[in-house]
Design a protein around this ligand. Structure first.
Ligand code: ADP
Ligand code: MG
Length: 399
């Protein structure tokens, strides 16, 4: 689960990390009011979307010469103009894809005089299974380019969970940033608090870019991107409330309501599978047969009729889907129950595209009998290879 920059900064501030003052705004008037509460003389009006690269982004509606989603303003009128330009318009950045994202919220914050921009992130290193710090002197707007062209400028080290964050970790961050004296002390403190925030919120990623040195030698977080482990949100009710569903893919959102693990992809063949490993294998074998999966979908171990119906509706909500492959192993769940769910769901959604079903496991014969007696044009398959060949053939035949 991801949150907006302003929410991330409020959270970091609670853990004692230095951030400039600022206020969220949902309208032009609120943006102007927010700027009046700030000391000035420089304000920054920032589009709040769940994507980075806003500074260099472009608004679809404003043409190529207009400024991006992070704007400096010196007067009330400039704040008003920036807010008017952004709200309701679509910002396209390197991270949004061509469709862009509509800006519905703004953040109006203190403008800071920047002497230097650093990069500092904490994330879960999958290789070591530990929280890792990623540090670079080359902060600002192009960290992807730095990682690509000069990877030696990015330093990474992890924290042993048995000892937790130690002073030497803080010194390593300060050293990697080339800081000495008071700024080094500030960097150590920011790193320690970042680690506290990470553990305290079950974060999966906290990326600060830039971590700025101001011209009066203060370290400040000017941009923060925070993501949490969704599986831990049950123990952070306050954080779960920060979720902004308008930022999420509508079909993935619908799937999450039924506890279905669904990820939309670009292909033509919808897949409904139980178990993430089997779902991955099913996607692979569709590709092996020359077509592409339209989605990843794991209905989980206890796939009920309601879940199967919801899954069908979500798969068919994607207009690209030209056929569906159901691949279910009935272990905990019996194949006859699943078959009843598939038949009921196919009838309820008035299925118009080819459907190939491969069932295996407990009560598989009863399951297959239910499918073949259903009166529906369901194509049975015997194994995974057979199923993939059949759905590709059926889709080509229907085209
Ligand atoms: P994004 O990463 O989405 O482009 P940032 O918040 O990092 O957005 O802003 C882009 C750039 O704008 C920063 O690298 C920084 O140079 C400048 N900037 C952002 N916030 C402030 C601020 N409060 N004061 C001064 N400059 C800022
Ligand atoms: Mg940034």
């Amino acid at each position: 689960m991801n949150i907006h920059e302003y929410q991330a900064k409020e959270l970091l501030a609670k853990f004692g990390v230095p951030v400039p003052a600022g206020f969220a705004a949902m309208s032009v008037e609120e943006a102007v009011e927010a700027s009046k509460k700030l000391p000035g003389p420089l304000y920054v009006v920032k589009a709040q979307i769940h994507a980075g690269g806003r500074g260099k982004g472009k608004f679809k509606e404003l043409g190529p010469d207009a400024k991006g989603g992070v704007r400096l303003a010196k007067t009330e009128d400039e704040v008003r103009a920036a807010a008017t330009d952004m709200l309701g318009n679509t910002l396209v950045t390197v991270q949004t894809g061509d469709a862009g994202k509509q800006v519905n919220r703004l953040y109006v914050t203190d403008g800071v005089d920047i002497a230097k921009e650093f990069y500092l992130a904490a994330l879960v290193d999958r290789a070591t299974g530990r929280v890792a710090f990623v540090v670079s002197t080359e902060g600002g707007m192009d960290i992807e380019t730095v990682a690509h062209d000069t990877p030696e400028k990015i330093h990474t080290f992890d924290v042993d969970p048995a000892t937790g964050f130690q002073p030497h970790h803080g010194r390593a961050v300060a050293n990697a940033l080339g800081l000495t004296g008071d700024l080094a002390k500030q960097a150590q403190s920011v790193a320690a608090k970042l680690y506290d925030t990470f553990l305290g919120t079950d974060a999966s990623q906290i990326e600060i870019n830039p971590l700025a040195v101001t011209d009066n030698n203060r370290l400040m977080v000017l941009d923060a991107k925070v993501g949490f482990d969704s599986n831990a949100m049950f123990r952070h009710k306050d954080l779960a409330e920060l979720r902004d569903e308008t930022e999420e893919d509508p079909m993935e959102l619908e799937a999450s309501k039924y506890d279905l693990a669904y990820i939309k992809l670009d292909g033509d063949i919808g897949c409904m599978v139980n178990g993430a490993g089997l779902a991955m294998a099913t996607m692979d074998i569709i590709k092996l047969n020359g077509m592409f999966p339209a989605n990843f979908l794991d209905v989980g171990g206890g796939a009920s009729k309601e879940k199967v119906t919801a899954a069908f509706k979500i798969i068919l909500g994607d207009p690209n889907v030209k056929g569906i492959l159901v691949n279910i192993f009935g272990g905990i769940m019996r194949c006859d129950i699943i078959a009843e769910g598939i038949v009921a769901a196919a009838k309820e959604v008035n299925l118009q595209v080819p459907l190939v079903v491969r069932l295996e496991g407990t009560n598989v014969e009863q399951g297959k009998a239910i499918l073949s007696n259903s009166g529906l044009a369901i194509v049975p398959a015997n194994d995974l290879g057979d199923a993939a060949q059949k759905i590709v053939a059926e889709v080509k035949k229907a085209a």
